[in-house]
Write a protein that binds this ligand. Sequence first.
Ligand code: GTP
Ligand code: MG
Length: 235
Amino acid sequence: EQFRESKLAERQATLKDFFGGNDQKELPGELLRRMFQFEELMIKYRSAIREVTTKLEILNDELSSSRERNPIESIQSRVKRPYSIAKKLRKQGKPVTVESISDSLNDVAGIRVICPFINDIYDVADMLLRQDDVKLVSKKDYIKNPKENGYRSLHLVIEIPVFFSTQKEMVRVEIQIRTVAMDFWASLEHQIRYKNDSAEVREIADELKECADIIAQTDLKMQQLRQRMLPDVPR
Ligand code: GTP
Ligand code: MG
């Protein structure tokens, strides 16, 4: 507590230096307390991302030595920015408070796993969900059921325990698992469409969907080619 108070004082002084100008008024303690609370919550999300990333890296390392192949091509992660957190809470009609973040949002901690082949996606998901400290909260299979616009990926929301000095916290992480090809489409579609709902974008929707379907066919074809060349070693 004493440490907390001194940190609060330090924060107060820093904020005053940067934003206080000549005004020597104290910043409200309540505001500082909430900023502290927010930061502590973000540390939990960042820790959860590290936990899950390590789990995924371990699986990839193990399989690359035992099966001589890497089911994971790359892993990206991010913690949702404060601006986007507030925007999403507002959109959901939830109060924009630190408490409602962990109650209402599943995607503050986000991990994207890029796999070479479609099979790898389900292998990685199964291996992760089999671990006894991983709790599945929700699963959306946009590969079996692509979105109307052609988007494909497997989405998992999981909860994992993160151990801190005095307590264990269950933290939610959203995991998007997709192939290199699905990621190629999603990244470009995002750039083309981003915050743009103009008539032009609606006009090209059909063509974007067409691209998604061609890419999905290519994904299947590549998987068939691989199976012909390298039948899976039974586990
Ligand atoms: P959000 O409010 O966006 O989180 O939607 P949701 O709660 O219904 O979750 P959903 O699983 O549908 O999508 C969550 C995330 O998947 C998004 O934030 C994107 O990162 C990704 N995503 C979903 N749909 C699309 C899409 O059409 N295009 C692209 N590029 N990404 C998408
Ligand atoms: Mg989202």
